[in-house]
Design a protein around this ligand. Structure first.
Ligand code: GLU
Length: 299
């Protein structure tokens, strides 16, 4: 038998599809460049496809001018992607269908709490289960009297939809996922608590939209920063509940500023536009990110 190339991804799929999925809430900076190039290089190494997707479900924070800046700066870096670019705001029906399915499974509940209600409840309880980012939702509305719940819904009280993560995890059974750097990881779907899947003001959430989209777009390798590793546990659970394809993941390192904090919008000096205007070339950007032309970290 001749030499065959080992499959790059698990799950029986053989064409690698990666994606970069920014929220257009600010100017692209070096952190975005790193993440985009990481996904692009992974696709290129495997002879696969790189997709761009805009996660623009929050109309208060996303702006067309930032979307244009991403299109311009990523093209300047030498990246290209098939058209059309998926914009989450144009696909709310897909998320609605997923919510309906989860609702039919009995794993959603309406949450009428404001942020303040949640803080007060945590203070009152004295102790709350903690996740990686602090106290988790204490489950107030999960235990609500069904008559009161029905009354509030009938009165049109504003509410979010939360995942009853214990019920959902019980239904799904033990799960695991694969990170190309870490290996097989046993899923801890409760790590972020009863996450919101549809907000009061937006009829979906990051967790739901990203999971549905990665499936619908045939993404086989999700590349993104390590700050989203906890979210992957939840996404794996949603995939199981919704019968979606399971990609591999590769969580990459995060770029930090001189104070050791994760690069963010506020580090305006690191915006790609500012660097380009200062004379930087795409090769300078790769060099600054310690990435060679194939995405391999240079010492
Ligand atoms: N939209 C997310 C962000 O801008 C990234 C989501 C993902 O890659 O899964 O942080």
């Amino acid at each position: 038998m001749g030499k065959t190339r080992p499959p790059v991804v698990s799950g029986g799929m053989n064409q690698t599809v990666t994606r970069f999925a920014p929220s257009p809430t600010g100017l692209p900076h070096l952190g975005h460049a790193y993440s985009a190039l990481f996904g692009w290089d992974a696709a290129r190494r495997a002879g696969g496809t790189f997709l761009l997707r805009f996660e623009d479900i929050d109309p208060n924070r996303c702006r067309p001018e930032f979307e244009h800046a991403f299109l311009r700066d990523l093209a300047w870096l030498g990246l290209s992607w098939p058209q059309p670019v998926r914009r989450q705001s144009e696909h709310m029906a897909d998320y609605r269908a997923a919510l309906d399915r989860l609702s039919d499974l009995g794993v959603l509940y309406p949450c009428f709490c404001s942020r303040k209600d949640i803080q007060d409840e945590i203070a009152r309880a004295g102790a709350a289960p903690h996740g990686p980012e602090g106290p988790l939702y204490p489950g107030t509305c999960r235990h609500m009297d069904p008559v009161r719940r029905a009354d509030l819904l009938a009165a049109g009280a504003p509410h979010a939809l939360r995942l009853d993560v214990a019920a959902a995890a019980h239904r799904a059974g033990p799960l695991s996922w694969t990170d190309l750097e870490v290996g097989t990881v046993a899923a801890q779907p409760g790590i972020l608590g009863d996450v919101v899947l549809a907000r009061r003001d937006v009829a979906t959430s990051y967790h739901l939209a990203v999971t549905v989209d990665d499936h619908l777009q045939g993404v086989t390798l999700v590349t993104r920063g390590r700050d989203l590793m906890e979210a992957t546990h939840v996404h794996r659970l949603l995939q199981a509940l919704l019968d979606l394809d399971v990609p591999d993941w590769h969580h990459h390192r995060l770029l930090v500023n001189e104070r050791g904090e994760r690069l963010a919008k506020r580090d305006g000096a690191a915006s790609l536009a500012a660097l380009r205007n200062g004379g930087a070339t795409p090769d300078d950007i790769r060099c600054r990110l310690s990435m060679d032309r194939w995405g391999v970290e240079t010492p």
